[in-house]
Ligand binder design. Structure first.
Ligand SMILES: Cc1ncc(COP(=O)(O)O)c(C=O)c1O
Length: 456
């Protein structure tokens, strides 16, 4: 043990830490990128290198990477009441306050809050509530869930089935039956040649309706969507998409669950992505920026018709039988309450709207780069698609390892982005300033130039 602890943290990590979404064998040799401290929107590695964290970690560190103010709040909360649960009618002041605050900023008509600890838990819970709802309505055969190709909603057993990426299913014997996938709204790749965004949206709505009719509307429980698909590639929906999808769902009385784990808290320029895109969800799942990612806390925001059904089920069975030990954890909730207070003080939505102008202009300006096939975003989330040939949208040969080269070049220039296939996404902390946005795009363009020199 003594010998072990004399090793560096990186060596300890390589030897003992199992990492998600990581090449496990390679990690045994290379070890981690060891991040040791944060300051504003920047993080530092163990060698003192400073990175502008253009991905806000995992789309989540809305207030950056360190906060004395939130540290004080956590300390006070942990000292006063380090833990209590919310089972069997118990509660804590921070949890009650957080529920009320969330209800206050939720879209109209949604004022019931079920506190959880992660995005996966929120989505998994919402899935159970969908089935609970249809059971309460006397239609338990409505079980099927429609998600979208490329979707990401977590990696739990059921949420992996909502997640519609083959690599998340391979080797796990997933997905289970009853999960259907309609085409992702990815205009750049999925539209027919010459098809406008509006026509593409019409086609996707028609495809959804055809799927519902083929399966039988009486078997479909809910439609699941992120307003902007994050891990699917920071895909912004085409013009008119959500109103058209919503109309189809309304026609067949299908529930709409909006996964706002990334989009919530002004990521798309309004408090909720549902507001940016005119979605009327029955439930919203939120997490990440709810606590500025400083502590694990998430929530399902529940609309009236689902809560009515929950009341009926509670009457029928005596209680609502669902919950987690850490759901509504008082320390996490105290921190989330302070985060929401900070959002109000800084006028989060107003700030994002203001810095978004430079952010979107940054993408626009990148479109002329020889390696850039597409570049677009909304609010403070967007992506650049790197291609070998602009007119045909052909990608580089895998052997060229262009994205790995881009990643290395960006890091060398002190920038961390999120790579998804041949897309490099940006979703910086919401506290980013206009000049930091310019700095981020300068580094991004520099990294593209570096790669262009190599692959020429
Ligand atoms: C849209 C979305 N839903 C759900 C999740 C899962 O959240 P967690 O990792 O907190 O379980 C994520 C995580 O990135 C996400 O982006």
């Amino acid at each position: 043990m003594q010998q072990l602890l004399r090793n560096t943290a990186s060596q300890l990590d390589a030897a003992h830490s199992v990492h998600p979404h990581t090449d496990l064998r390679k990690h045994l040799d290379t070890g981690p990128l060891m991040i040791t401290r944060g300051e504003g929107i920047h993080v530092f590695d163990e060698n003192g290198n400073r990175y502008l964290e253009g991905a806000a970690g995992l789309w989540c560190a809305s207030l950056g990477f360190g906060s004395e103010r939130l540290g004080e709040v956590a300390k006070k909360a942990m000292t006063e009441l380090g833990y209590y649960h919310n089972f069997r009618g118990a509660s804590t002041v921070p949890a009650a306050e957080l529920s009320a605050k969330l209800a206050g900023i939720a879209p109209e008509g949604m004022d019931k809050i079920l506190l959880q600890s992660s995005g996966t838990e929120a989505n998994d819970t919402a899935l159970k509530l969908v089935w609970y709802y249809w059971d309460a309505k006397g239609m338990p055969a409505r079980r099927k869930i429609i998600s979208r190709t490329g979707a990401y909603h977590g990696t739990g057993t059921l949420t992996s089935c909502l997640t519609a990426k083959a690599n998340f299913h391979a080797g796990f014997g997933l997905p289970f039956d009853g999960f259907l996938y309609t085409t992702m709204p990815y205009h750049y790749r999925m539209a027919e040649p010459g098809e406008s965004e509006t026509d593409f949206s019409d086609r996707l709505a028609a495809e959804l309706e055809a799927m519902i009719l083929k399966e039988g509307p009486e078997t479909i429980a809910a439609f699941w969507a992120e307003p902007v698909m994050g891990s699917g590639g920071a895909i912004t929906p085409p013009e008119g998409y959500f109103p058209k999808i919503q109309a189809v769902l309304d026609k067949y009385e299908i529930l709409f669950v909006a996964d706002e784990v990334i989009c919530g808290f002004a990521r798309t320029g309004e408090m909720w992505g549902s507001q940016t895109y005119g979605i009327r969800p029955d439930m919203i799942c939120c997490a990440k920026a709810l606590s500025a990612a400083m502590l694990p806390v998430s929530a399902v925001i529940i609309g009236a018709r689902v809560f009515e059904a929950m009341l009926a089920q509670s009457d029928r069975f005596g209680t609502f039988v669902h919950g987690y030990t850490y759901g509504g954890h008082p320390v996490a909730c105290a921190v989330a309450n302070e985060v929401l207070a900070i959002y109000e003080e800084m006028d989060l939505v107003g700030h994002v709207k203001s810095v978004s102008k430079g952010f979107l202009a940054g993408f626009e300006a990148l479109r002329d780069h020889p390696l850039v096939g597409d570049a677009r975003g909304v609010g403070l989330i967007g992506a650049v698609e790197i291609v070998a040939d602009k007119p045909t949208k052909a990608m580089h040969e895998p052997g060229q390892k262009v994205m790995a080269q881009f990643d290395a070049a960006a890091r060398k220039r002190g920038l961390i982005t999120r790579l998804i296939g041949n897309r490099a996404a940006l979703s910086p902390p919401q506290i980013i300033t206009a000049s930091e946005v310019d700095d981020m795009f300068a580094r991004f363009r520099g990294a593209l130039d570096d790669v262009a020199c190599i692959v020429k």
